[in-house]
Design a protein around this ligand. Structure first.
Ligand code: CTP
Ligand code: MG
Length: 404
């Protein structure tokens, strides 16, 4: 098979392959970019596989970075774009189920494609558009099938993350997973616990960002894979509910975790624990806590000005998206955003008085000053006070006198 017109990204990368070939080595486009081109999808990064050894690749180009030289990957920098170029290799002895004990460089493309995860990911593309397909990847692409290359058991023993990749591709592509590959996942699920949580996290999120998340979730649940992910064992019922409920993919990672936290009915503290167990960044944890609180207010029809203020426009949009997915939404997103926009202030900084102003008016520094500012902030947000300096100063003094 031959692709008549290659996407621009491949044409841009062509000089790299030409240079390698001119030196007497073979080089091909491989991986996701080939698969996605055949599916008519946009492509992100162009990966290259070559018979040249890493040192031989480096000798051919001025600017390279050793991004993974021990397993054969060198990044070639060309006019601002980086091309991951990996020497054909086979892998043997995966004692830890994630990294080969030894990588053996080979000169044969077929051997290289043979160690790849799924047939649709084991296609190679030549610069003239010819597709090389040793494992019937084209048939599986046409028939919308995710199928391990060769023996699924071996593929998952080599890298247990591939089980998560299978469900992620099902959700991104709306493909079915081949029955033998499903069996392989059922047998090897426990190996997932050997994999770094950060890597599982990436695949899990990609699954829920895919256009057909229920498809991925279905296999994720049916194979029992979920049990080997942090904390999910306790939430089988909720995850099954989600599988039946989800209409489309989420729009970003914050929405993914807010959805889960809402479906699991987690408290502020429990959100923190779940996301820590999933090795998430602190900013994500905070955002999910706030957005989850907003989802709950939305579903109770109890969104007030203070909640709008605390949540902010970005997280309000996310919370309402999640509420819509769960069919608990009571507000149109533009209405919520309008209500947010017309608040007198959107952060403490916009208050017409500062701590400095309060001190100039005779209030002593200390906890009282902070309390007065928080009082003013809430009063202004809730429209009980106008955001005007004089009015706020008097209100602060009165507040502190009443407390004393
Ligand atoms: N655990 C893995 C990861 C990757 N690969 C191979 O390396 C290629 C590139 O990997 P990666 O970029 O991680 O995935 P893609 O398939 O390119 O998917 P994406 O579009 O998400 O990048 C894959 O297509 C596959 O051939 C593999 O065999 N096993
Ligand atoms: Mg890729």
């Amino acid at each position: 098979m031959k692709i008549e017109t290659l996407p621009e990204e491949f044409i841009k990368a062509r000089p790299i392959i030409d240079t390698i070939e001119a030196a007497g080595y073979a080089a091909y486009y491989v991986g996701g970019s080939v698969r996605d081109t055949l599916l008519g999808l946009p492509i992100h990064d162009v990966d290259i596989a070559t018979s040249a050894y890493p040192e031989e690749v480096k000798a051919l180009f001025k600017r390279t970075v050793d991004t993974g030289i021990e397993h054969g990957t060198v990044m070639i920098l060309d006019h601002g774009t980086g091309y991951e170029t990996t020497t054909f290799r086979t892998e043997s002895g995966y004692q830890d189920y994630r990294r080969p004990d030894s990588v053996k460089f080979v000169r044969s493309l077929k051997e290289d494609l043979n160690r790849r995860d799924f047939t649709i990911n084991a296609l190679a593309l030549k610069t003239d558009g010819t597709i090389i397909d040793y494992f019937d990847g084209l048939t599986d692409l046409a028939e919308h099938r995710i199928k391990a290359v060769g023996d699924p058991e071996k593929r998952f023993n080599e890298d247990a993350l591939r089980m998560m990749r299978a469900v992620r591709f099902a959700s991104q592509l709306n493909f079915e997973i081949d029955p033998e590959t499903i069996e392989g996942i059922k047998h090897h699920g426990p190996l997932l616990t050997k994999i770094a949580v950060e890597r599982i996290h990436v695949e899990f999120v990609k699954m829920l960002l895919g256009q057909w998340p229920s498809k991925g979730l279905d296999v994720f649940m049916a194979t029992g894979l979920y049990q080997y992910c942090p904390d999910f064992k306790a939430y089988q019922e909720q995850l099954n509910h989600l599988r039946d409920q989800l209409k489309r993919g989420l729009s970003n990672e914050t929405a993914v975790w807010t959805l889960l936290a809402s479906v699991f009915d987690l408290s502020w503290k429990q959100v923190n624990q779940l996301l820590k167990d999933w090795k998430s960044a602190n900013q994500l944890i905070e955002d999910v806590q706030v957005a989850t609180q907003a989802v709950s207010a939305i579903s109770n029809h109890s969104v007030d000005d203070w909640l709008l203020y605390q949540t902010g426009s970005e997280l309000l949009t996310i919370a309402n998206e999640v509420a819509q997915q769960l069919d608990v939404f009571a507000y149109e997103t533009p209405d919520l955003l309008n209500r947010y926009q017309v608040l007198q202030i959107h952060s403490k900084k916009e208050l017409a008085v500062s701590g400095q102003d309060l001190m100039s008016a005779g209030i002593k520094p200390g906890p009282q000053l902070g309390q007065a500012l928080s009082f003013l902030e809430r009063q202004v947000v809730e429209n009980h006070l106008n955001n005007q300096t004089q009015e706020l100063l008097s209100a602060a003094i009165k507040f502190l006198n009443e407390k004393a």
